[in-house]
Design a protein around this ligand. Structure first.
Ligand code: IPE
Ligand code: IPE
Ligand code: MG
Length: 249
């Protein structure tokens, strides 16, 4: 495939689901109400992704920095995760959704971690959409973990330092079995990455919407995909080169 012939559907869409707190605040409700509504929206967006032909959906659900929030909010988020996993396996199996997770799972509360492992196993034979939840996920920690495992291989004599390439690093990240995201969506207007997929986003198209996550619907996803389709992905090449390679293919 030439660099100019990118598909119009982002095969891998990643979302920073932001704005639950503001959604609740606008209504004078506690923040957890916003998180509950945000969790409900995951089903809507999964189904919309399947409809649009997206193959990988990666959702930033809890960052390594989110532990800094009040203990009650963190505990509420963990309970919500458990509830989501218990209630949504049937929906995932009905829709052909295979669940995966990235992040340092060992630090999640045991009940949530066990439920997650079970849901991953129970959906492992589905093939339509891979839904990856980023949980206790930090892009820097992911790179640290990759560097540690590469260093261990060097220490054991399995790998020489000059054999380490960008591909070596990609293949030691949590995301090693999936393509890099084509499209990153961030809801609620913030123009930052917040430690999400630092390595993988190097040439991802970014779509920021002011919609708060609980309000982000199938039509908003469609608008983001249309926006993606209008982008010219250059990967550092000049416009002339793009035109030439498009003509040649
Ligand atoms: C995103 O919503 C959910 C998580 C980070 C877990 P926020 O809770 O960050 O919502 P805002 O940014 O305060 O509105
Ligand atoms: C990013 O949102 C993390 C998740 C959506 C899980 P935050 O609300 O935590 O990010 P900042 O603090 O605004 O950068
Ligand atoms: Mg936020």
């Amino acid at each position: 495939m030439s660099i100019a012939s990118s598909s119009k559907v982002p095969r891998h869409t990643a979302i920073i689901m932001d704005g639950n707190g503001r959604w609740a605040k606008e209504r004078g409700w506690p923040r957890l109400k916003g998180h509950e509504q945000g969790a409900l929206n995951v089903e809507t967006i999964c189904e919309a992704c399947i409809h649009e032909g997206v193959e990988y959906l990666t959702l930033y659900a809890f960052s390594t920095e989110n532990w800094k929030r009040p203990a009650l909010e963190v505990a509420g988020l963990m309970l919500l995760l458990e509830r989501f996993l218990s209630e949504k396996v049937a929906m995932m199996n009905k829709n052909g959704v295979r669940l995966a997770a990235i992040g340092r799972m060992a630090d999640l509360p045991e009940a949530a971690r066990k439920r997650l492992e079970r849901a991953i196993e129970e959906t492992s034979r589905n093939t339509r959409l891979t839904l990856t939840l980023a949980l206790n996920y930090g892009g820097r920690d992911e790179i640290v973990d990759a560097v540690r495992s590469i260093a261990a291989e060097v220490g054991e004599g399995k790998l020489k330092p000059d054999q380490i390439t960008a591909e070596t690093i990609s293949s030691h990240l949590y995301t090693r079995t999936m393509p890099d995201p084509d499209l990153l969506i961030r809801t609620s207007g913030e123009m930052r990455i917040s430690n999400f997929l630092l390595w993988q986003l190097s040439y991802t198209e970014i779509h920021v919407t002011s919609k708060l996550w609980p309000d982000f619907g199938a039509d908003d996803l469609h608008a983001a995909i249309v926006d993606y389709g209008s982008r010219e992905r250059r990967y550092g090449a000049s416009v002339e080169n793009l035109t030439n390679s498009a003509n040649a293919s």
